[in-house]
Design a protein around this ligand. Structure first.
Ligand SMILES: *Cc1c(COP(=O)(O)O)cnc(C)c1O
Length: 489
């Protein structure tokens, strides 16, 4: 609700004054009243623009506007009623009037519904119980039964031999590189279309990244580009020490093609499955194809421990070593003895308790995210300009975030415009990840395109992510849908 004083105008108000009022009030609507304060109509910047286009000067007055009975609600109606009328009429504000039809307040959509975020934590019923157990036994830190159980439960869930619970997904990638002995002078290939955390650990180890484009059918690492890169580097006698393959937005990369190439050249694969827990490729969990897989339990991921990560592998010795390195690499001696560089990367017993509870609801969360995607798809299926992220044949995506690109041949709308329009009514949408080879941090790094065009640059230009939280109310998702629909009209 808003104080109406700041948006009241009269028929003698000039267009210039009206524009200034719009500007200073921060509300995209003005209320035109007569001398007795009775509401005549609402005025938007579009109404003023039309007067100016019709030849009126900025000194002309609002009396030039046609009369138009405004939509209003009465004092006894609730904010839910207001939201309903706004939804039906595709508007974002509605004045509340008294019995004399004088405006007394203004309902703004952005003040009625809560902020709709891209992805938020969604707790189940048992997290608190596991955390309480940790408190009751004073097993707050460092390690303990929740950590051991969480590792075991994740390994079982994805059918992988071993797992080490860590403080973040980034830490897991870093340890994987360290365990593969990546160091200064080494080359590491990495998907370009990803979040910075996939690539930063390459720099931590003093190695050099080479970025690989995406393919259109999965949006993930292009086997064609990877093959050319491997050929080139093999010929030059400098094969990469590791390859980081990312499964973006919950969609698996083409692991048959990628693993056969990497096996042919004998290069170990690290799968960044931070966004794809619960997703599969031909029935096998993402993260279990390469030498190492990593998951993230950051607050925005499909399940969360508030912050955390997991390193998985079938190689027991490697996971044992990961636990050793993540706890300061303390040698087996009666005093503190260290012969290698270690890290403070272990997950705490309290957070692992949250993780155990979250893992119990992971399947339900995947189902919820997939339903959210389906509702977007069905509700907007008539808009030809919208192209949804594909689900590669033989894969099962967790649809962590619903994402789409816009076909510029079919609509004159940009991702930035949609993001800005949604932000006006408190809805968060974002651009797709900006490719690594376009980051200032990596400006001189070698990049292999899929073909003549760079697929991930094109995806970045034309794409965006929509609110996809598993606990998003369907009526709120409908607000997002209606707003997008309006943009394409
Ligand atoms: C979130 C994320 C990470 C990093 O995980 P943290 O737990 O936040 O360190 C790595 N890669 C991708 C693709 C991610 O989305």
């Amino acid at each position: 609700m808003n104080n109406v004083e700041s948006v009241i105008v009269y028929s003698q108000t000039t267009l210039k004054e009206a524009l200034q009022t719009l500007d200073s009030s921060g509300v995209a609507i003005l209320l035109l009243v007569d001398q007795t304060g009775v509401l005549q109509r609402t005025v938007t910047d579009g109404d003023i623009r039309r007067l100016i286009l019709a030849g009126f000067s900025l000194e002309a007055c609002l009396q030039e506007l046609d009369s138009k009975t405004p939509l209003t609600i009465s004092l006894d109606e609730s904010s839910e009623d207001a939201l309903l009328i706004m939804d039906e009429n595709l508007i974002d504000h509605i004045p509340v009037v008294d019995e004399h039809f004088r405006p007394v307040k203004l309902f703004l959509r952005r003040n009625i519904h809560p902020k709709i975020l891209l992805s938020v934590p969604h707790m189940g019923d048992t997290e608190e119980r596991y955390v309480k157990e940790a408190f009751d036994t004073n097993w707050i830190a460092p390690l303990g039964p929740n950590v051991d159980a969480f590792e075991k439960e994740i390994s079982e869930y994805v059918s992988c031999g071993h797992a080490a619970a860590l403080s973040s997904g980034t830490a897991a990638i870093h340890l994987a590189l360290r365990l593969l002995d990546v160091g200064p002078g080494d080359i590491v290939f990495c998907s370009s279309f990803t979040f910075i955390a996939s690539a930063n650990p390459i720099l931590y180890q003093g190695a050099s990244p080479v970025f690989i484009d995406s393919e259109p059918s999965s949006w993930n690492m292009s086997p064609m580009a990877l093959e050319r890169a491997l050929e080139d580097f093999s010929t030059a006698g400098s094969l990469p020490k590791a390859i980081i393959v990312v499964h973006l937005y919950g969609q698996s990369a083409d692991m048959d093609a990628i693993m056969s190439l990497c096996d042919r050249y004998g290069v170990p694969v690290i799968e960044d499955a931070a966004e794809s827990l619960g997703a599969t490729f031909k029935g096998k969990a993402t993260g279990t194809f390469g030498k190492f897989g990593i998951f993230s339990f950051n607050g925005n991921k499909i399940i969360t421990t508030s912050g955390g990560g997991m390193l998985i592998s079938d190689d027991e010795e490697m996971i044992r070593k990961a636990r050793f390195l993540s706890t300061q690499a303390r040698d087996d001696a009666p005093y503190y003895e260290h012969s290698q560089v270690g890290y403070n990367y272990r997950m705490s017993n309290v957070l692992a308790g949250i993780g155990r509870g979250q893992l119990e609801v992971l399947d339900a969360r995947v189902e919820a995210r997939r339903s959210i995607f389906s509702l977007y798809l069905e509700s907007l299926s008539d808009i030809k300009a919208i192209q949804w992220m594909p689900e590669l044949k033989g894969t099962f995506s967790n649809r962590w975030l619903t994402t789409f690109t816009i076909d510029p041949q079919c609509a004159d709308v940009t991702p930035s415009q949609i993001i800005a329009s949604l932000a006006e009514i408190n809805i968060e949408a974002r651009h797709l990840w900006r490719p690594m080879h376009k980051q200032p941090l990596f400006k001189d790094v070698t990049y292999y395109r899929h073909a003549n065009v760079s697929v991930c640059d094109d995806l970045f230009e034309r794409g965006l992510c929509l609110p996809s939280a598993s606990n998003m109310d369907p009526s709120l998702q409908n607000v997002v849908i209606q707003r997008i629909r309006k943009m394409f009209q």
